[in-house]
Design a protein around this ligand. Structure first.
Ligand code: NDP
Length: 291
């Protein structure tokens, strides 16, 4: 039986945010520039409102400027595009994040494509997606960046390890696979049409769950000693009433099999905003260097 250790994403993210705050202070002292993150929220989605509030709070705590634009759900696509264009040319704004999902009448791809790639701190613009794919300097999506930071911190070099990523979304599965490839892993991307998914998973030294299905990845799908990164955030009913959050991996079953595992909550989740702050500082540095 393997001793399963927890990956403390919450603690790691706190350390990272402290480190970023120190770097922001140095950057401000040497350049006179305060990195600024603009967040655009359209509509009243309660979960999005909570994310935006947390982002704003942590941005300020890191010593950066937080600029929030809240538009009503009735805002037109033209209004949102005009706001993004204004932020693109605002020198106080180094990072732009448009909170998804957008109301149905607004074409999210069109909005993302309008963001200046140099300010695209979510890394969703096709220019950054392409740069990541060809191994050029890119702004990389935050959650995948957080996963790979946790892996490198715990495993050191990832070269030669077999990684299986379950999920192929543009925001998690594909970019995390690209990052693992960049770390010289042998990468398999699995999805809803994959045959013998459990067999694929059992080959993984690094298993990433990014599916959005509660506890779909069972304990006996995990190779003994493997490192498991659970990106899934799923709210499920508790037997006695109320709800709780679970990941895509059956966490209890993984005990005694996985070598390392991220809990949900407290694993990958907290890394996302920390990496957003990191990307904002990176974007500010590059913009100042480019004049
Ligand atoms: P998507 O719904 O966009 O993608 C889910 C992926 O899982 C798809 O590629 C889909 O395959 C695949 N899939 C669905 N069912 C199965 C199945 N039965 N077997 C194998 N693969 C399957 O989700 P996201 O990538 O946006 O998010 C994934 C999870 O991560 C969610 O729980 C989300 O809440 C969480 N998340 C957490 C974040 C954080 O920690 N901060 C940030 C972002 C997401 P196919 O392409 O074939 O349909």
């Amino acid at each position: 039986m393997v001793e399963t250790r927890l990956i403390d994403g919450k603690g790691f993210a706190e350390d990272l945010r402290r480190r970023i705050a120190g770097e922001v202070a140095d950057f401000k002292a040497s350049t006179g520039v305060t990195p600024g993150l603009a967040v655009v929220l359209v509509g009243e989605d309660p979960a999005s409102a909570v994310y935006v509030r947390n982002k704003g709070k942590q941005t300020l705590e890191a010593g950066m400027a937080s600029i929030e634009h809240k538009l009503p759900a009735t805002a037109s696509e033209t209004e949102v595009l005009a706001l993004v264009e204004a932020l693109n040319v605002d020198p106080a704004v180094h990072g732009i994040l448009v909170q998804l999902p957008l109301p149905g009448h607004i074409d999210a791809q069109k909005v993302l494509a309008t963001i200046d790639p140099a300010k695209d701190v979510d890394g969703f613009h096709v220019v950054n997606v392409g740069r990541l794919a060809v191994g050029a300097e890119a702004l990389v999506p935050c959650t995948p960046l957080g996963c790979v930071m946790l892996l490198k911190h715990h495993l050191g070099s990832l070269a030669g390890l077999r990684a299986v990523v379950v999920g192929r979304s543009n925001i998690v599965g594909k970019p995390v696979a690209q990052l693992l490839l960049r770390e010289d892993c042998t990468v398999t991307i699995a999805h809803s049409r994959t045959r013998d998914l459990s067999e694929e998973c059992r080959r993984a030294d690094i298993l990433i769950g990014a599916v959005g299905r509660p506890e779909m990845i069972r304990g006996d799908w995990i190779k003994p000693g493997a490192t498991v990164i659970d990106v899934g955030i799923n709210r499920v009913e508790k037997p006695g009433g109320g709800t709780r959050l679970v990941g895509d991996v059956a966490f209890d079953e993984a005990q005694g099999i996985a070598g390392l595992i991220t809990p949900v909550p407290g694993g990958v989740g907290p890394m996302t905003i920390a990496c957003l702050l990191q990307n904002t500082l990176t974007a500010a540095r590059r913009q100042v260097a480019a004049g």
